[in-house]
Design a protein around this ligand. Structure first.
Ligand code: F6R
Length: 617
């Protein structure tokens, strides 16, 4: 969602802000803007609906003019995407500028109050209300300085925010605050960077402070970084972190899109997820997060998995894995439903939150609720030190590396890998999984990166050819059974989100209860049919589809004959245990979605209306 970049130092602020915004494009946005302090204590703003390159087209006159500035990519919440609603927003007196990620829920009440005091508004945004509230506090008492006024204003609002504010009478100073949306402060030598994540400043510094919930900071070249709590104004000693992120990780490295790069990174990312955890020769799975709390898992009445989107699909596969091997009851919940439905949660429940970004607002809120009610919270996140990672009691990072393409690919297979490790570890520990089965399963899991590598090389060209035949399709069905039912849901989600072709995933047997009515010669049906896992039943499903002339694209094991003979297109993947087959089967489905979208001319890395990190509900 919205991206924030700020800079104060000795370099050209325009270049740093614009390049920083380019790095944050992956978050998803519909407009962009910049404000600089031009050296004569005057704020200069340019903003536009559209992309960062559209902003560059109207703002290049600002280049070289300032050493302090900030920029924003906006994902519309209050008010349509338009030049007017784009950030930065200025206060009525033109002295303050703000950029904001999040939602101010009580903006309407504050707007009414400010309107009564004579303030006027140019946009429909909640953000413009906040900047005027800051001006209001400065006007009310001329002794109130800029940071204090920001603090007063933040104490009046509720909702979620990460903000950065500049004041033209405070040269070189940026004031930032955070509640619910992430914000990082990069510490350079006589320069400071602000950003929604560290990617905009990674080539300038490896030291950063991740602002905590409910904290604000005043950043100036003279006094450095002064962090306070928003409510009490208590001084906080910051924890400076060493960044592990490298420039290479956030560049395309010769691939046309981040999504393709990330699909091809999966042999490595799945391997990285297992590294140091899966020790096949010793016959053990080492996971400190699980081991340190093994009694919690052992005595759990049930495990509740909470997630959204692709992570929710991973959660469904986690349910199959944990119930099969550890025999602990599992429920999988959409975070957005869980948080509002007054669920029964006890201190005997273990909640596992799955989130690539670690910032998803619904998942975060659901976790807070579960925590309040006494559940033990375990996190599976990709982004280190993300908000969700911080509020959990324990957890495992997926270590898939930064995922920049909006459509999740390598993060999903990494989540499946972690869930496999957890299920096998718990099953082995509680005695539901015998040693021989455990040993053979961990050996199979260890072989998955190589199998992904084989799938990538053997199917890449074939999938491109198949994709060409479906660029004009308007609907797709994805079917699978058992472990591959969630894989079918995920395949359908990948296609719809990046190609804008309507696609539905179903358990194959559910076809008869409705979707079969849709099948005719124009309906492409992707069916996941590995040998292990209800193969005979799938054969019958394919027969039923062919009897209605549906076009079958089958994902089968190498050497398959029965399903292959009936199918119009066949994608072969290596055989593996049913429980790991979604990791391998997902790879050609990601490629299929990717190439169909590319051939349709879609912007695969930044699909319309979508955001990488959904920080508002
Ligand atoms: C789809 C996708 C989304 C996310 C969802 C949850 O490709 O990426 O469906 O999975 O928004 O995000 P995280 O995992 O960051 O909580």
């Amino acid at each position: 969602m919205c991206g924030i970049v700020g800079y104060t130092g000795f370099q050209d602020a325009y270049d740093i802000v614009i390049n920083g915004l380019r790095r944050l494009e992956y978050r998803g946005y519909d407009s962009a803007g910049i404000v600089l302090e031009d050296g004569n204590n005057k704020l200069e703003v340019e903003k536009t609906k559209g992309k960062v390159e559209d902003l560059v087209n109207i703002s290049s006159q600002l280049k070289g003019k300032a050493k302090i500035g900030m920029g924003h990519t906006r994902w519309a919440t209050h008010g349509v995407p338009s030049d007017r609603n784009s950030h930065p927003h200025l206060s009525n007196n033109g002295k303050l500028a703000i950029i904001h990620n999040g939602i101010i829920e009580n903006y309407d009440t504050i707007k009414t109050m400010l309107t009564e005091k004579g303030f006027t508004f140019k946009s429909e945004t909640d953000t413009e209300v906040l900047v005027n509230l800051i001006q209001y506090f400065m006007d009310l008492n001329t002794e109130t300085d800029f940071p204090t006024a920001v603090r007063y204003a933040l104490n009046e609002v509720y909702g979620a925010y990460a903000i950065t504010v500049m004041h033209e009478d405070y040269p070189g100073v940026l004031v930032v605050g955070r509640l619910g949306s992430p914000l990082a402060i990069g510490i350079g030598d006589k320069e400071y960077f602000i950003a929604s994540d560290a990617s905009p400043f990674v080539e300038f510094t490896k030291e950063a402070i991740y602002l905590e919930e409910g904290h604000m900071a005043t950043i100036s070249l003279e006094n450095g970084v002064d962090i306070r709590t928003i409510t009490e104004n208590s001084k906080i000693v910051p924890e400076i972190q060493k960044l592990k992120l490298s420039l290479e990780q956030i560049e395309k490295s010769g691939y046309e899109h981040f999504m393709l790069k990330e699909i091809f990174e999966q042999p490595k990312s799945v391997h990285d997820t297992m590294r140091g955890r899966l020790l096949v020769e010793e016959g053990v799975i080492k996971m400190a997060g699980i081991w340190d709390h093994i009694e919690k898992f052992k005595n759990a009445n049930r495990i509740i998995i909470i997630a959204c989107g692709t992570s929710w699909h991973a959660g469904l596969i986690g349910e199959y894995l944990i119930e099969e091997y550890a025999r602990i009851p599992v429920e999988v919940e959409y975070a957005s439903e869980f948080r509002y439905r007054n669920p029964i949660i006890t201190d005997k429940d273990v909640v596992i939150a799955i989130s690539q970004s670690g910032e998803t607002a619904d998942t975060m809120a659901a976790l807070k609720l579960a925590k309040e009610r006494g559940a033990f919270i375990y996190g599976i996140c990709n982004v280190v030190d993300s908000s969700i990672a911080r509020i959990t009691d324990a957890g495992s990072y997926t270590h898939a590396g930064p995922e920049i393409g909006v459509a999740s690919t390598k993060a999903f297979t990494a989540q499946l890998t972690i869930l496999s490790l957890i299920a096998l570890k718990l099953g082995k520990h509680n005695g539901n999984l015998g040693n021989a089965d455990f040993m053979s399963l961990i050996a199979e899991l260890d072989a998955i990166p190589k199998k992904i590598e084989d799938v990538l090389s053997s199917t890449h060209e074939l999938v491109q050819d198949i994709a060409k035949d479906f660029i004009n399709a308007t609907n797709f069905l994805y079917l699978g059974r058992g472990y591959n039912y969630p894989a079918a849901l995920e395949g359908a989600l990948k296609l719809k989100e990046i190609s804008y072709i309507h696609a539905e995933g179903y358990p194959a047997a559910e076809m008869k209860h409705g979707p079969i009515a849709l099948i005719d010669e124009n309906m492409p049906i992707v069916i996941i049919a590995p040998k292990k896992g209800h193969y005979d039943k799938i054969v019958s499903n394919v027969q039923e589809i062919k009897a209605r002339k549906g076009k079958v694209i089958a994902v089968v094991n190498s050497g398959d004959t029965q399903v292959s003979q009936m199918s119009d297109y066949v994608i072969e993947i290596p055989e593996t245990s049913e429980c790991f087959s979604p990791i391998v089967a997902s790879v050609p489905l990601q490629l299929l979605a990717y190439y169909i979208a590319v051939y349709r001319g879609a912007n695969v890395d930044q699909p319309r209306n979508l955001a990488k990190s959904v920080t508002v509900e």
